[in-house]
Design a protein around this ligand. Sequence first.
Ligand code: GCB
Length: 649
Amino acid sequence: MSVPGSSAVLRVLWLLSVFGTVLPLDGGMLFPRESTSREVKELNGLWDFRPDGSLNRNEGFEKAWYKRRLAETGPVIEMPVPASYNDITQDPTLRDFIGWVWYEREVFVPARWISDEGTRVVLRVGSAHYYSIVWVNGEKVTEHEGGHLPFEAEISSLIRRDPTKPCRITIAVNNTLTLETLPPGTIQYMNDRTRYPDGFFVQNIYFDFFNYAGIHRPVLLYTTPTVYVDDIIVETNFMDNTGLVRYKVSVQGAATATLKVTLMDKDGHCVASSNTPSGVLKVVDVKLWWPYLMHENPGYLYSMEVRQHACRQGSTSTYEDVYTLPVGIRTVNVTKTQFLINNKPFYFHGVNKHEDSDIRGKGLDWPLIVKDFNLIKWLGANSFRTSHYPYAEEILQMCDRHGIVVIDECPGVGIKDIRSFGNASLSHHLVVMDELVRRDKNHPSVVMWSVANEPASEMPPAEFYFKTLIKHTKALDHTRPVTYITDSNYARDKGAPFVDVVCVNSYFSWYHDPGHLEVIPIQLNAQFENWYGKYKKPIIQSEYGADALPGLHMDPPMMFTEEYQNALLQSYHDVFDQKRKQYVIGELIWNFADFMTAQAIHRVVGNKKGIFTRQRQPKAAAFILRRRYWRLANETWRLPPWTKYPCSL
Ligand code: GCB
């Protein structure tokens, strides 16, 4: 079984003089939005589905399943999109399946999209884990490596070939992880026939969450005119009362286009405008974008409407395209001891999450997303880290609107094997950062990039690897700090010299000295002093926590009880309270909610370090954190009556 080689990403170096920034990807990947010139047709719902159960997992390609309707080449079942396929049926082989699965759906494309040659039709997949190949009416239109970022293909000419036919979309998805994928993994064949059945193999992974697979985010068709706004980049700043929005618009499909850029406030009033493809908009009496609980009006967003008119070469028709981008005006800076948002010290009191829930696995689910935001706000959390991969862009849009601050992490989790520090791995990691920054660069909620979680950063190749990766990320975006999350010893860590903020995970009295809560004050204090002493950079406790089975009680506390989880958190908090006056700039609990993992002797149906259960019910620890987070917010900002500060806390 094999995973195709890395996709042929067209690497066009595109120098943006206004920003001094290099964006090495072709095409902008703006989030598909409806406007007077753009339509969106969602293809969510039930798709035909079949895993390729052949021994080499290659039957689908050998028999060209994409050439005909999937139902004509074998049995199919109904599979919801978006969703992971693993937990949908009662079949354990599908839950644990490794290899290619096939999805197919037929869709009628509106006649006008086909007849109007001035319309461009694009097929977009929000994300599919891990490697995808897409065909339309039997013709391959694109392939993509990586499970957490969108990809798309223009299919206008293809669907115009025979307008009478419905458009048949086939997507083959392979979840195999190798030493060079991100995250990495290995396939291990067990050839001892006295112990294993014929063809037996396992997927080894080096991360602690279930390797859910399938089409995880919405699939859609959208249109643009053939001359269209391909990308918008904004960078924001302010001086005194004046907001500064530096922007750059890229247009595709015509050599010249006229543009009108209008920035509107929440009430739709124009506050600044321009008609050049790049420039700086000045906003008097600016309303800054503030985090939740830092201001009475957090998450303030302006709307930047880009209206473009153009003629195509050799044509007299004119094309109008309209795209509206939400824009939050804010700054981010890091000093030796502080993280500043709009020049004010910001303390991260937040959570680490996963995209994870019953039945859906990692599939995007609006009720879950909205519930999670309600819980985050109930907790008084002001931030989260997208551990351990980029979350759906829809979630970042919620963060923008609600003022929830995000550390945006790429899927560099489980880089433990020295072979995963090689050139092929590094090149792919750079491409993933290109794709991540391209997608998320305009979100005001995103304040820092995390390029990896707990890599073997003490290994010799880590120095070159992280130096290159972090330098590259800074070249992509010079406005945000860059970090990776370490669990390595301060003395041995090779990448720390290159990060802007030190993010440390530690599990004292859990994985180390289990049961001995009394070690926490000494060990945590030493951790902070050592890291700060050596690097003089602000520190975030990016993970800490303990498993607790809801309803399991013991006093004095024992591991896995709710009492132990509480006591452990409180001991950590005592140290945070001393150090946050110095250089500790944040604390992120592991984890917001219980989540599924691979089966293992140390996991009882998943990881139970959630302060909420997987069904989002609070454990006792949720109330401890709630009291703490509201108190922290209140101490820092002396929350006036505009907050819904729960007085009973
Ligand atoms: C970690 C990892 C996280 C795990 C967690 C744990 O350090 O970053 O992915 O789930 O520990 O609970 O073991």
